[in-house]
Design a protein around this ligand. Structure first.
Ligand SMILES: [Zn+2]
Length: 478
């Protein structure tokens, strides 16, 4: 019993000693608080770099503590603050104050903008495409960006309120991505009859950088008016940066509405009856005779002040005859007064024809023929000049190789007109005959029916003149 008691007492002493030692040991810990950094970037959720340790006095052992953070720090505002850190271990605690700074050390970001499709022409002026500057702390500071140009490089720099700077640069790239623009002269789509000549009117080309590049236009494709169908001409031009501009013209070649002289049987012969100076009150009767034999002829018309007579030009056209310009004013001294006077008169008559037929004509007969000498006293070389211009402008002039004699000062008879014409045609021995008559002379027109009968009986074909016809050109005398 006594033994047991002793044992219990010993155990109690041991337990008390153990507890006492443990308590003693616990009270022998030191708490240390260390701040690993005292500057913090503004606006970031920063894990406070605090290390709090409880360190034992006997052994190299330490317990990491979770400190409590206090104080007046505003992490979103640059400034100096007091950070209060408290660490507890057991019944012990320690509090320490630290002076900390919240700072802005981040530089602003400049973003260069680019405009879609923007380019600077070589030698041209760069137009700023734009930029933005955003700072982590100051926000949008685009208006504080400064630009400096050095050669082809633009430097953009900006400094935020806390002295952080950024600069970026842009190198201007010069280029010309724009092709020249090709503009066709005349209609982009044209319809012409088979075997009628195609006249190339050309095109112009303008480039944004090179300017007028018309002389660099290259044409590809050819119009063969012998072939019915759609044909294409492509106009292309390359600028000095290699951009190619193109345009196309479509030519619809359609079947002719009348025969063509050199396609008429080789054995047959062709007569082109032509009538100048009309229309007149006799013209309608002539049209009826022509209809009777289904013969188509050519009228080289002049202006007539009477509307009803003028309307016969439209009538001639609608009945399938060719209409060409003769002149507006039949006074040679007016028409051939000068080059300008001639063209003025020509255009006035074209306008009348267009009004009557709905289209301009490309056929004409010079007053007095291309061999006239009236123009000599007004302008030297005028007929040579005009004949050349006709070709350039796409007009076809016709003289004659058979004279009816109906314009002589001394009137002749219908019989004589008939004889002059038929003998003249026969004398050509099968070569095409271009006969000159005037539909203002009744006696001359009275011979037409006999002339047609004679021609048909002798195997001739009557055709109206067109661009493909024999011109019967005279020698030019001025
Ligand atoms: Zn005349």
């Amino acid at each position: 019993m006594k033994k047991v008691l002793i044992s219990l007492i010993c155990l109690a002493i041991a337990a008390t000693a153990f507890w006492g030692i443990k308590k003693y040991r616990d009270n022998q810990f030191n708490i240390s608080i260390t701040l690993l950094q005292n500057e913090f970037p503004v606006g970031k959720s920063v894990e406070i770099q605090v290390k709090a340790l409880a360190t034992g006095v006997y052994k190299e052992e330490a317990v990491e503590l979770a400190p409590e953070i206090g104080g007046n720090v505003n992490w979103n505002k640059v400034g100096e603050y007091t950070l209060i850190v408290t660490a507890r271990y057991g019944k012990k605690s320690k509090t320490e104050n630290f002076q900390v700074k919240v700072t802005d050390t981040e530089a602003p970001v400049i973003t260069l903008l680019t405009k879609e499709g923007y380019f600077t022409l070589p030698g041209g002026t760069y137009e700023e495409e734009g930029y933005t500057a955003i700072d982590n702390y100051d926000g949008d500071i685009t208006d504080r960006v400064e630009l400096k140009r050095e050669g082809d490089v633009i430097h953009y720099s900006v400094t935020d309120a806390n002295g952080n700077s950024t600069s970026v640069e842009r190198t201007i790239v010069y280029s010309d991505p724009v092709p020249p623009v090709v503009t066709l002269i005349g209609e982009a789509e044209q319809t012409i009859m088979r075997r009628k000549p195609y006249r190339e009117e050309g095109a112009t080309a303008e480039d944004n950088f090179d300017g007028d590049v018309t002389d660099k236009i290259v044409l590809s494709g050819e119009v063969d008016t012998a072939v019915v169908g759609d044909q294409k001409i492509t106009y292309s031009v390359k600028d000095s940066y290699g951009n190619i501009g193109t345009a196309e013209r479509i030519i619809h070649v359609i079947e002719r509405d009348r025969p063509i002289a050199d396609e008429v049987e080789a054995t047959s012969k062709v007569i082109y009856l032509t009538f100048d100076d009309g229309p007149s009150p006799y013209t309608r009767q002539l049209l009826d005779i022509l209809d009777k034999y289904d013969v188509k002829v050519t009228f080289f018309v002049v202006y007539n002040g009477t509307e009803a007579i003028r309307d016969l030009i439209g009538e001639e056209f609608r009945r399938g005859h060719s209409v060409g310009v003769h002149c507006y004013n039949h006074d040679y001294n007016v028409v051939y007064k000068s080059e300008a006077a001639y063209w003025e008169d020509f255009e006035k008559m074209q306008a009348v024809i267009e009004e009557q037929t709905g289209q301009r004509t490309n056929l004409l007969r010079f007053p007095g023929g291309s061999s006239n000498t009236v123009s000599r006293k007004h302008e030297k070389g005028l007929m040579t000049k005009l004949a050349k211009q006709m070709g350039e402008k796409g007009y076809y002039y016709f003289d004659w190789n058979v004279l009816s004699g109906d314009a002589e000062a001394k009137p002749i008879s219908t019989d004589e007109v008939y004889k002059n014409v038929t003998n003249g045609i026969a004398g050509l021995k099968g070569r095409p005959a271009v006969v000159l008559q005037h539909d203002i002379k009744k006696f001359s027109l009275d011979a037409v029916e006999r002339i047609i009968k004679w021609g048909l009986e002798n195997g001739y074909t009557f055709l109206p003149l067109d661009e493909t016809s024999f011109g019967a050109h005279h020698g030019i005398n001025n």
